[in-house]
Design a protein around this ligand. Structure first.
Ligand code: NAD
Length: 476
């Protein structure tokens, strides 16, 4: 297999080595897979200067030309899918097949936003003769973006796509633990002919970089995906400098299984989806509320499929679920399971870390978990599911809404009346019925409550990277 990339920073259209580097660990073996370059303050200053220059060029570049370069970069990502997927698996642990799907999803985000660049229409407001009111959407400026480790390519793709499509420049601080996806994005744009300084990539100590960049006058938008606690912190810094934010934060997705659903089928689908990315997805289904009349069938199908999930090194073709991406997730799973069991929950499968190297943890199902267990409030962000019986749709909706999060929510039902109620009453930015897919490139994605502000993708996403300018023009 090819070598893991020789990672470098990307600033002002040039690759840059750094004096300081950190280890990148393969979570399946706990061995070093590569070295991460760490940006010094001087690198960040250069990135700010480069991004300002890049913005002055890119904002004047025709939308069709911007779209052409974005599409060319997306085509390169698709062409390089084999290499990129293997790099993602080696740093993140996910099965190769899921890494490949992630590359495709990332390419789709770029392709979608390239189209949006060409459709970023303003409007003309009807007026009295002799005067015209015209509304423009103009790029906001340089974006400081922070992407997390759970999707090394598709997470940064969302932010780079929105920024570049709208005409902004961007300084991306990608995840230190999984840097290769963002590095491949920078490489694809470099090879596609993106002007220097439009996209800049740095790594380092997250708090130092965010606290340095956000207050700088060049930075006009802060875009972050990660935990709610960090999102609130960055929102606070941005607020002190009167800067807008785009925040995709935590989730704790409920799944409502109605009395009229095909419970057996839903149970199988749910277990497969819980194992995706080892549960490290902000939209991962976690709290399953099954009507008491179908609870047994649902639970049994779920547990049987969960126990059959093949856990192993993501490079092995038969692997369905890799390790979690870092030791913090295994420790979180152990803590949440021990807490729930101490409070009276039943363990139906999993719950025990296997021996040997790697941050492995099996798909774990808890049932009849009391409301005061921490897992009922805290996002597990790992392969942990809670299946509880409910007596009615009223109860299921109340319990679905009983957390501070509101990102994704799901339901299985064959009743249009139930769908109406769930649509109206479940507090979430994305509600999916009879599918556990929360969003695609063409649909807006984002949260309510403490899951964040703003939307990525769809027609809405690009607008966050713009400011509205109204021009009143009296004809003379
Ligand atoms: P964490 O809260 O320390 O970090 C979350 C992310 O924020 C990481 O990518 C990290 O690099 C970044 N970060 C942390 N402090 C920062 C700062 N001051 N400035 C800029 N970036 C900063 O926790 P963690 O252990 O890395 O991840 C676990 C939790 O993060 C999970 O429980 C989950 O809630 C959340 N998370 C969410 C997503 C998502 O897609 N919404 C992705 C990854 C992690």
């Amino acid at each position: 297999m090819h070598d893991y990339p020789d990672l470098q920073l990307y600033i002002g259209g040039a690759w840059r080595k750094t004096g300081e580097t950190l280890r990148v660990i393969n979570p399946a073996t706990e061995e070093e897979t590569g070295r991460l370059p760490v940006a010094a303050t001087a690198d960040l200053d250069d990135a700010l200067e480069a991004a300002a220059k890049g913005f002055s060029v890119w904002r004047r570049t025709a939308p069709m030309e911007r779209a052409r370069i974005i599409r060319a970069a997306a085509a390169l990502l698709r062409e390089r899918i084999g290499t990129i997927a293997a790099d993602i698996t080696r740093e993140h642990g996910k099965p190769l097949q899921q890494a490949r799907l992630e590359v495709i999803r990332g390419a789709e985000f770029f392709e979608w936003d390239a189209g949006e660049a060409e459709r970023l229409y303003g409007r003309v407001i009807p007026s009295e003769p002799g005067i015209r009111y015209i509304v423009h959407h103009q790029p906001i400026g340089t974006v400081a973006a922070f992407s997390p480790w759970n999707f090394p390519l598709s997470q940064p793709a969302r932010k780079v796509a929105g920024a570049l499509a709208s005409g902004c420049s961007i300084i991306l601080k990608a995840a230190e633990e999984t840097p290769a996806g963002a590095w491949h994005i920078a490489r694809a744009f470099h090879d596609a002919g993106l002007p220097a300084g439009v996209l800049n990539l740095v790594f380092g100590v997250p708090a130092q970089i965010s606290e340095y960049l956000i207050p700088k006058p060049q930075v006009r938008l802060v875009a972050f995906t990660g935990s709610t606690v960090v999102g609130k912190h960055l929102t606070g810094i941005a607020a002190r400098h009167a800067k807008p934010v785009l925040m995709e934060l935590g989730g704790h997705a409920p799944v409502i299984i109605c009395e009229d659903a095909d419970a057996q089928k839903a149970g199988v689908v749910s277990a497969i989806r819980k194992a995706r990315n080892a549960g490290q997805v902000c939209t991962s289904p976690t709290r399953f509320f099954a009507h008491e009349n179908v609870f047994g069938a649902y639970r049994d199908a779920f547990v049987a499929r969960a126990m059959a999930v093949k856990v192993g090194n993501g490079l092995a073709p038969e692997t369905e679920m890799g390790p979690t991406a870092n030791h913090r997730r295994v420790e979180a799973m152990e803590m949440l399971v021990a807490d729930a069991l101490a409070k009276g929950a039943k363990l139906l499968c999993g719950g025990k870390r296997p021996k040997g190297p790697g941050y492995f943890y099996p798909v774990t199902v808890l049932s009849e978990v009391p409301d005061d267990a921490r897992v009922m409030q805290e996002e597990p962000f790992g392969p942990l599911a809670v299946i509880n019986p409910v007596r009615s749709l009223d109860e299921a909706i109340a319990r679905a809404n009983s957390v501070p999060y509101g990102l994704a929510a799901y339901a299985f039902t064959s009743s249009a009346a139930n769908v109406d109620r769930i649509t109206d009453e479940v507090e979430a930015g994305n509600v999916s019925i009879n599918t556990l897919e929360a969003s695609v490139a063409a649909t807006p994605f984002g949260g309510v409550k403490e899951s964040g502000f703003g939307r990525e993708g769809g027609a809405e996403g690009i607008l966050h990277y713009t400011v509205v300018k109204t021009v009143s023009h009296r004809m003379e």
